[in-house]
Write a protein that binds this ligand. Structure first.
Ligand SMILES: [Fe+2]
Length: 161
């Protein structure tokens, strides 16, 4: 896409609508790569939430369980379609949010992803069929909270500057 964009930029006759299509694809692919890398980086743990991220989630939602309930419910809302659930630290609002993302391009401005749950059918249908809740349970059981805590510390450090 980058190669095609460079060629399109050099083309004086390139219709803006076609250039826009490439810019859309650039955004789509960038989001897909980053979110999948955060998804896989967040797995491989024992699912036991700890560290400052757990305390911050409990403080922001009233309890850790309430945060998890919101995250799960957002995931189930996407189960009939596709998209992501993203726990993000917002640098502007200086707060944690669970975001519904219908595709790789949704996300609030100034958001830094901490956790990302892939709700595209390819991520769970082979193992769980239509039982998306079981997939979400398995995702929670295998979360690497140390990785999430690391990303949270990095985001809040940026936000503090
Ligand atoms: Fe995916």
């Amino acid at each position: 896409v980058e190669t095609r964009l460079a060629a399109a930029l050099a083309d004086a006759d390139m219709p803006p609508v076609l250039y826009g299509g490439l810019k859309r694809e650039e955004l789509h692919r960038t989001g897909s790569v980053i979110l999948h890398e955060i998804y896989f980086d967040g797995l491989g743990g024992d699912g036991q939430a700890a560290g400052s991220i757990r305390a911050a989630l409990a403080k922001a939602w009233g309890s850790f369980e309430t945060w998890a309930k919101d995250f799960r419910r957002t995931g189930l809302s996407l189960a009939g379609g596709s998209g992501w659930v993203i726990l993000a630290y917002n640098l502007h609002a200086r707060s944690l949010r669970n975001h519904w993302a219908w595709d790789h391009m949704h996300g609030a401005a100034a958001s830094v992803p901490i956790l990302a749950l892939d709700m595209y059918e390819h991520s769970f249908h082979m193992d769980y069929g239509t039982q998306a809740a079981k997939y979400i349970d398995a995702w929670f059981r295998n979360l690497d909270w140390e990785a999430a805590d690391r990303r949270y510390a990095q985001a809040t450090a940026i936000g503090a500057t």
